[in-house]
Design a protein around this ligand. Structure first.
Ligand SMILES: NC(=O)c1ccc[n+]([C@@H]2O[C@H](COP(=O)([O-])OP(=O)(O)OC[C@H]3O[C@@H](n4cnc5c(N)ncnc54)[C@H](OP(=O)(O)O)[C@@H]3O)[C@@H](O)[C@H]2O)c1
Length: 232
């Protein structure tokens, strides 16, 4: 498996202790990229041993985020809500938290912001939105990221996956689309992580928003070709 890349810089991973975030950290380390993780408690960072820098903080707290992004070249967000109300709700995490993180990243000179969103984010009437408007919250964050990181010398990549599954990366041929036209489908979290990580150095990934699901089992060398299929 290829493990070379031209990318230089430290990457902050938000949502690092989540199922996708753990894969983002693994894939960054596969390519030898220095990682800083944002974690809600120092105890949770134990899973990484001493292989990463650790920033403890909540996405509710701008000062925590300023410290977390300081000196980072890029941010990858795999944040996600898990409760109807409170600290891990869609409004707090998927919208306000992601927006706050993007604001601090932009203010502190981060050059690239990559994030996980979801298929169907533009469809307010989708049943998933019954979970406290989670899709609409993600869409609001997407819009903010696009407006902040499409400026000069900045870039963004927004990955909208179908349903997430566990399993190793690069085991499936993928189907990518734009315009939020996919209604269902699955993808491994590890492939979402790989797409986010490859967005750090691929010019074809810059300033792209796209949907992605599995197409068929077929080992992949890299996921670069899928970025080549996207238009702006
Ligand atoms: N499940 C699906 O089928 C599906 C489909 C499409 C898109 N998505 C989206 O894909 C993303 C990744 O999914 P996943 O299953 O990997 O998520 P996950 O395992 O639930 O991870 C969510 C991460 O967000 C962190 N977090 C939550 N509230 C926080 C706060 N207030 N401050 C700082 N960090 C906070 C969690 O920290 P802790 O570890 O401390 O809880 C965790 O690291 C999510 O946005 C999800 O909505 C999911």
């Amino acid at each position: 498996m290829n493990n070379t890349c031209d990318y230089r810089g430290t990457v902050l991973v938000a949502g690092s202790t989540g199922k996708t975030g753990l894969w983002v950290v693994k894939r960054l380390q596969h390519y030898g990229i220095p990682v800083r993780v944002l974690v809600r408690s120092a105890r949770k960072a134990a899973v990484f041993g001493n292989t990463v820098e650790v920033a403890v903080g909540l996405v509710q707290n701008s000062a925590d985020l300023t410290e977390a992004v300081k000196g980072c070249d890029a941010v990858i967000s795999a944040l996600g809500s898990s409760q109807f109300f409170g600290e891990a709700s869609p409004a707090e995490v998927d919208r306000n938290g992601a927006i706050r993180l993007a604001d601090e990243a932009s203010r502190m000179g981060v050059r690239h912001f990559a994030m996980v969103s979801s298929i169907a984010v533009t469809r307010w009437y989708h049943p998933l939105n019954l979970f406290a408007g989670v899709l609409s919250m993600k869409y609001a964050a997407e819009e903010h990221v696009r407006s902040l990181f499409s400026r000069e010398n900045r870039s963004y990549t927004i990955v909208r996956p179908g349903g997430l599954k566990d399993g190793d990366p690069l085991q499936f041929r993928l189907h990518v689309d734009q315009g939020d036209r996919i209604w269902n489908g699955w993808i491994n979290r590890s492939d979402v992580a790989e797409l986010l990580v490859e967005s750090l150095w691929l010019e074809s990934a810059k300033n792209k928003t796209f949907e992605v699901i599995n197409e068929a089992e077929e080992v992949q060398e890299s996921l670069e070709q899928y970025y080549g299929k996207l238009s702006n």
